[in-house]
Ligand binder design. Sequence first.
Ligand SMILES: CC(C)(COP(=O)(O)OP(=O)(O)OC[C@H]1O[C@@H](n2cnc3c(N)ncnc32)[C@H](O)[C@@H]1OP(=O)(O)O)[C@@H](O)C(=O)NCCC(=O)NCCS
Length: 190
Amino acid sequence: MNVFLGVMFFVLGSLAVYVFQRKKYTKVTEEDLVCEVVQKAFIREKLSDHNEHKLVRELLKSDAFIKDLSLTAKYKGMIVGYILFTKVKVGDETLLALAPLAVLPKFQKKGIGKSLVEKGHGVAKKLGYKGVVVLGHPEYYAKFGYEPASKWSIKAPFEVKDENFMAIELIPGGLTDVSGIVEYAKEFGL
Ligand SMILES: CC(C)(COP(=O)(O)OP(=O)(O)OC[C@H]1O[C@@H](n2cnc3c(N)ncnc32)[C@H](O)[C@@H]1OP(=O)(O)O)[C@@H](O)C(=O)NCCC(=O)NCCS
C-alpha cells in the first residue's frame, strides 16, 4: 500500500511540475517578436491607435497574407524592423497594401525602413504584383516614388487627406487601368 501511495505521489508530482514548467516557459515565437517590434515602434506615434501589433497578429492568419511579403530586418540576430504587404482588391485587380512598416525607436533613421520598403517592392514585383497602396506620411513615402492614389482614381475606403493615401506602380503603367475603392482584408475592420 505504501509503495502504491509513493508511486502515485511521484506520478502526480511529476505531472504537476511538467504542467507548471510548460506554462512558465511558453516558447516565444517569431510572431511574438515581430508584434513586440511593431508595438514599440508605434508607441510614440500620435496618429496611431496603438493596436497595430494586434492587427499584424490577425493579418498573419488571414487570406490576404503572403509569406514572402512579411519581412524582418535583424541586427545581431534581433528583430529591429518589420514590414508587411497584404493583398487588396481594387476593381478586378489584386494589388498590395503596405501596412505596417515599423522600426524600433532606437534603430530609426539608419536606413532600415528604407531597406525594408525596397526589399518588399522587389519581392512584390517578382511575384507579379502591379502596385502598392499605403496610408502614411507623404514626406516619407514620396522618397520611394509613392504618389497620391487619386492620380489613378484609386480611393481609400475611409475619409483621408488626399496626400496621405498613396500608391506606387511596381511596373511602368501598372496602375493605368486600375481604379476604384480599395478593399482591404476584413481583418483591418474597415
Ligand atoms: C517611419 C519609419 C518606419 C521609418 O523607418 P526608418 O528606419 O527610421 O527610416 P529610414 O532610416 O530608412 O529613413 C529613410 C529616409 O526617410 C527619412 N525619414 C525617416 N522617418 C521619417 C518620417 N517620419 N517622416 C519623413 N521622413 C522620414 C529619413 O531621414 C531618410 O531620408 P534620406 O533617405 O533622405 O536620408 C520609422 O520611423 C517608424 O517605425 N516609425 C513609427 C511607425 C510608423 O510611423 N510607421 C509608418 C507608418 S506610415
